[in-house]
Each structure stands twice: as C-alpha cells, then as structure tokens.
Design a protein around this ligand. Structure first.
Ligand code: UDP
Length: 339
C-alpha cells in the first residue's frame, strides 16, 4: 500500500484528488494550514470514500520545522503538491508573500524528499505558464511566456526548479498544467469554497443564481472571438483529480520517459463566457442576471489545450461535459445554502 502526501488537500482540487486516490487504493495523508479551507472537508472525504479517512495534519508547510515533522513521523511514498496561495490579483498586491509561501513550500518538500529518499512528486501547475498563445490548441512544448502575475510566476519557478532538481535522478516529477477547473463532486459534498467575492467565473455564476451576488459582469464583449467574450478550456474537477492519480501511477509503474514531464490537463475544447452561461441556464433552468462590463486587465483572449500528449502518454482523457460541469457546480452551491 502506497501512501501519498497531498499538500493543500482540504482545498478544492486537493480534496477531489484525495477522494480519487483513496478510490483506487492509495493511503492519503493531507497536510494543510486551513487558511483557505476547513477541516470538515476531511469528514466529507471520508463519507464519499465509504468510511476511508485520510490522515489529516494541520501544518504550515512553508515552515521548515512543521514540514520536517510530517516526514519524520510518517512513511511517505509520493507527494502531490497543491499547497499554495492562488489568487492572481492578490499576488500582485502581496508579491513577496506569494514568492515566500509558494516557493518555500516547494523547497521544504524537496529537502525532505531528499532526506527520506522519496522519489515521486506531482506539481499543481497551470496553463498560465503559456501566457497569451500565438495559436490554439496549445501544446506542452510551446515555450512558457513571461508571467503576468507573481502567482503565475511561482508556478513557472517551481517547474523551473523541478527541471534542474530532477536532473540528478533522485527525484522524478510531473507538472500538471491545469486549464480552468470547475464543477464539483457528484455527491455535492465537496466543491470550491471561494473566500469572499469570487474572482473566478463559475463560483460567480452560481452565487449570482443563488442570490448572493446581484449580477454577473462579463469582462468584455468586444474580443476577437465569435461572440466577443473570452475563450477558455473548462475542465471538470473530477476529471482533473483523476489525472493526478494517473500521474502518480505512472511513477510506480515506471512509465516515465523523462525525470521531469509536463502535461496539459484540459478537455481540448474552448468555450466562451457566454457558452458557459448558456450551459448553466440550460442545465439549471435558471435565468442568470448578467451584464457586459470592461475588459479585465491581464485576461488572455483565448486558450485551449492540445491534449494529444496527455492522451497518448498518460492514457488519460477528460470525460465530463460542460453541462456536467455547470450542473454539478450548481448542485454544490445549493448544498452550501443548506448548511
Ligand atoms: N469572467 C467574467 N466575469 C467574472 C469572472 C470571470 O467575465 O466575474 C471571465 C474572465 O474574464 C475570463 C473567464 O471568465 O474570460 C474565466 O475567468 P476565471 O477568472 O474563471 O479564470 P482565468 O482563466 O482568468 O484563470
């Protein structure tokens, strides 16, 4: 039985990944400082997993002593690293905090991997490493562009560190470059819990439909796209969670072709903001209150993934549709309202 440390495991993507890891037989240790999540997520993971409960350790992984204690006290076979500050806008206001936290966490993981002979590391990365693509779909061998935010830069920097760290052969790493994760677990027991006013589209839509926000503002309707709104590759969080399991299996099955590999994790389809709203209105039967506003600074116009490499190498492909994404996000929102 292999034990996987899931850092940031009470968060949105981490919690879904813990469920999928347990479903195929991995033991899971979740370490999280709960700055952006709650410990009750562990109970929910246990419920979804028919009574199998991850070990939970409350710790600030950017703290050397707290990080080291986890490794000194537990046998760990691999790490999936979600723990990070993740708000693009906030990262521009607090760049030093973002660099300190996100990079220090990664470094503390690497130091302890070396100390304890842990070989396998999956990094939560992002399509923000590509910036505005010259053409779509975008493939993994497209060189990263200069990051538009400190947040995006920390994702690039951890990938850069991994490129070099893995060259000694002691550590093997996979970076998963997510496109736009949305939706929630079909049980509606776990999902995205944004802090305050959501920055992202899907929670803003569901909160508007629930009456928590008055109106969704669509940021720009004069982009050079078919309907004038930006295009993204939205991916269901359950599909995304499964990609992490496949990446971890790849290490244990010795299928890696290089010590460091990066994969796009998207569906390969681009949907506009208006497409998402149409899907939401269709699946829920709710008419969404929205208006058009100014463009948001730093938004890329259009991006969607070339998924050929992930399909061929990982044998992984997203399965859930845009309608399943919008409907599950709504079910989660409804469930939250009952709490
Ligand atoms: N968006 C919007 N209104 C909002 C939030 C987002 O129109 O309140 C748009 C945003 O401009 C982008 C898309 O929705 O085109 C996805 O934005 P999100 O912040 O969810 O993800 P990003 O791709 O920026 O990481």
């Amino acid at each position: 039985m292999k034990t996987i440390l899931v850092t940031g495991g009470t968060g949105y993507i981490g919690s879904h990944t813990a469920v999928e890891l347990q479903a195929v037989g991995y033991d899971v240790i979740i370490a999280d400082n709960l700055v952006n999540s709650t410990a009750s997520v562990i109970d929910r993971i246990e419920r979804i997993s028919n009574g199998k409960r991850p070990l939970f350790i409350k710790a600030d992984l950017s703290n050397e002593t707290e990080a080291a204690a986890i490794f000194d006290n537990n046998k760990i076979d691999g790490i999936i690293n979600f723990a990070a500050f993740k708000a693009v806008g906030e990262s521009c206001e607090k760049p030093i905090e973002y660099y300190r936290n996100n990079l220090q966490i990664a470094i503390n993981m690497f130091v302890n991997m070396k100390k304890h002979g842990i070989k396998y590391f999956v990094q939560s990365s992002s399509c923000t490493v590509y910036g505005e693509p010259d053409s779509n779909p975008i493939s993994e061998n497209t060189p990263p562009k200069f990051a538009v935010s400190p947040y995006g830069n920390t994702k690039q920097m951890v990938e850069d560190m991994l490129q070099f760290i893995t060259q000694t052969g002691e550590i093997k790493a996979i970076a998963l470059r997510y496109f736009n994760p949305v939706g929630a677990h079909p049980t509606a027991l776990i999902g995205e819990l944004p802090n305050g006013i959501p920055n992202n589209l899907m929670p803003y839509i569901t909160q508007t439909a629930a009456g928590i926000r008055k109106q969704l503002t669509i940021f720009g309707n004069n982009y050079p796209t078919p309907d004038g709104t930006c295009i993204r590759d939205y991916i269901h969080v359950v599909d995304l969670a499964k990609a992490h399991v496949v990446a971890m299996d790849r290490f244990f099955e010795h299928k890696n072709k290089a010590n460091f590999e990066a994969f796009n994790i998207g569906t390969g389809n681009g949907f506009s903001v208006l497409d998402i709203i149409k899907s939401f209105e269709k699946t829920t039967g709710i008419k969404l209150n929205y208006c058009f506003g100014e463009r948001r600074a730093g938004d890329v116009v259009r991006i969607w993934a070339d998924t050929t490499f992930a399909e061929k190498e990982l044998g992984w492909k997203a399965e859930l549709s845009i309608d399943e994404m919008t409907l599950s996000a709504w079910h989660w929102q409804q469930q939250l309202a009952q709490e």
